[in-house]
Design a protein around this ligand. Structure first.
Ligand code: GDP
Length: 526
């Protein structure tokens, strides 16, 4: 029974540099799944403006995005869970954490722009975790780069092998469709924004003369040549290599025109991994285990001060989750039960009675959870693989209302539990350093501290650009390092020491001086 539920599920994320077409593709996938009836239903979960004064607008959009944080739907008897990731780079940490809860990703690339900054960063995270990736090259109706050049760029810049499974015929105004290399079928392109097109023609032999009539002699000739070339030079598609994150199958299409999306989805359900196990501190947890385990990877706060409740998003790793059943919160060593766990189906929320590995449920929370927390049926274990990443901007928090010191303390602790920013403490003096990936978070923190906790603060700039978690070959070496570098050492919320550096050069220079110390970009390392 459990096995059946597991095999039925695929949980994945769609990632892209902003504007490549993530929202559009998500919407088309939901259309195919029958989860929504018409285009325009999925709210854009993104912040277009970067002016800091717009952050309330962004938070509002994030509010909207609660409903679209997880979008579940059924397609050909498969339960598909799409985990949404914010595109705005200031929320990149949110995205990194969401990637810990997926089993695979679809990466959307704009054929005009190719690999962009966020594409690179997100793929780094996927590579780190060996997440299987399918690439969808979008906007083929635009005058984009040559497809061979695009593949080369992807391989070089993203450090992954690629294997086209479909091949475009023309591009931009000469775009005629795609040829499915494996299925040997041709999809002819007709711009169609709303409905689902099904102009699929089986082509058993690319040499058949009808092809010339359908595509024109020139395009048909080019397709024959290119298809032959791909078969010669491209690596064969190897499921194992895809599943272990080394080989990315590539599709071409145009999301807005609903083109190439169905082939993507059909192949996705065929090859994408079912819910996978996760590593915990004591052992590896497999989804088939009868006992429930899960972890919290995202917390969404309610901005309305009258409703302080938060939603903790929990990914189920093993067993069956049941409503109104006591589960063990391993960090707090306490039992909790949930009366109204929520599941998400496209734009609907509903009460969930039971949930299975791969599912994501929303748990209403009054402050028990922080990111990375583990729930079990009693075993005291902690899931790994939800590391913190080094922030990029560091500022010192200064209290400007001494009467509200306690509130400030509580507020900043809770906000960092939610993952809004990272909090480091520097001794002596209990100074607080806030690390973020974007300017926006400082505005958000200041505003929320005031609104929700009545506390006031300002931020002082610091000349740090990176925090590295440190380990040493011996405790004595660690002591010596911490003492020698005291002014640049802080402690994270788990009380692990971090070293602040001002540049890569600075870090490397220090590393040379202290050969017994290892510096880590994330809070978990091998
Ligand atoms: P996101 O930021 O990655 O979520 O991107 P969106 O889905 O919001 O798309 C960004 C813009 O590209 C929007 O104006 C879309 O209408 C447009 N777009 C998406 N897909 C296509 C496509 O296949 N062709 C063209 N020409 N435009 C597209």
């Amino acid at each position: 029974m459990l096995e059946k539920e597991i095999n039925k599920r695929r949980t994945f994320g769609i990632i892209s540099h902003p504007d490549a077409g993530k929202t559009t593709l998500t919407e088309k996938l939901l259309l195919f799944g029958g989860a929504i009836q018409k285009a325009g239903t999925v709210k854009r979960n993104k912040a277009e403006k970067t002016a800091t004064s717009d952050f309330m607008e962004i938070e509002k959009q994030r509010g909207i995005s609660v409903a679209t944080s997880v979008m579940g739907f059924e397609y050909k008897d498969i339960k598909i869970n799409i985990l949404d990731t914010p595109g705005h780079k200031d929320f990149a940490e949110d995205t990194y954490r969401t990637l810990t809860a997926v089993d695979s990703v679809i990466l959307v690339v704009d054929c005009v722009k190719g690999v962009e900054e966020q594409t690179r960063k997100l793929m780094q995270v996927c590579r780190m975790r060996h997440t299987p990736v399918i690439i969808f090259i979008n906007k083929m109706d635009r005058e984009g780069k040559d497809p061979f050049d695009l593949l080369e760029e992807l391989e070089k810049e993203l450090n992954i092998s690629t294997r086209p499974l479909s091949w475009p015929i023309g591009i931009g105004h000469t775009f005629k469709g795609v040829y499915q290399l494996h299925k040997k079928s041709l999809n002819l392109y007709s711009p169609n924004k709303k409905e689902i097109a099904d102009d699929v023609i089986a082509i058993n032999d690319l040499n058949q003369p009808e092809l010339d009539q359908m595509l024109g002699e020139h395009a048909a000739h080019k397709l024959r040549e290119e298809a032959e070339l791909i078969e010669e030079v491209a690596e064969p598609f190897d499921l194992g290599l895809y599943r272990s994150g080394y080989l990315a199958p590539v599709f071409f299409g145009s999301a807005i025109n609903n083109f190439g999306v169905q082939e993507l989805l059909d192949t996705f359900i065929e090859i994408a991994p079912t819910p996978q196990g996760r590593e915990a501190n004591l052992r590896q947890i497999e989804p088939q285990e009868a006992k429930f385990t899960g972890f919290v990877f995202k917390i969404h706060a309610n901005l309305d001060p009258n409703h302080r409740d938060r939603i903790a998003f929990c990914r189920i790793t093993s067993g069956t989750f049941l409503r109104n059943t006591f589960y063990y919160h391993t960090r707090l060593d306490k039992k909790l039960k949930f009366a109204s766990p929520t599941s998400f189906m496209a734009d609907n929320k509903s009460l969930v009675e039971e949930a299975y590995p791969g599912d994501v449920i929303g748990l209403y929370d009054a402050g028990n959870f922080k990111i990375g927390d583990t729930l079990t049926e009693g075993e005291k274990l902690q899931f790994l693989g939800i590391p913190s990443f080094s922030p990029e901007i560091f500022r010192e928090l200064e209290n400007t209302d001494p009467m509200k010191t306690k509130q400030l303390e509580k507020g900043i602790n809770q906000l960092s539990d939610e993952g809004v920013a990272q909090l480091f403490t520097v001794n002596p003096g209990n100074r607080k350093i806030i690390g973020t990936v974007g300017e926006l978070q400082f505005e958000v923190i200041q505003f929320r501290l005031k609104q929700e906790y009545g506390a006031s603060c300002i931020f002082r700039p610091l000349n740090f650009s990176k925090s590295s978690w440190v380990s040493a070959t011996t405790p004595a070496a660690m002591q010596q390092f911490l003492k020698a570098q005291a002014s640049r050492i802080g402690y994270d919320k788990e009380n692990r020491p971090v070293f602040f550096s001002s540049s890569q050069w600075d870090l490397e220079y220090t590393a040379k001086q202290f050969p017994e110390i290892s510096f880590h970009d994330t809070s978990e390392w091998d």
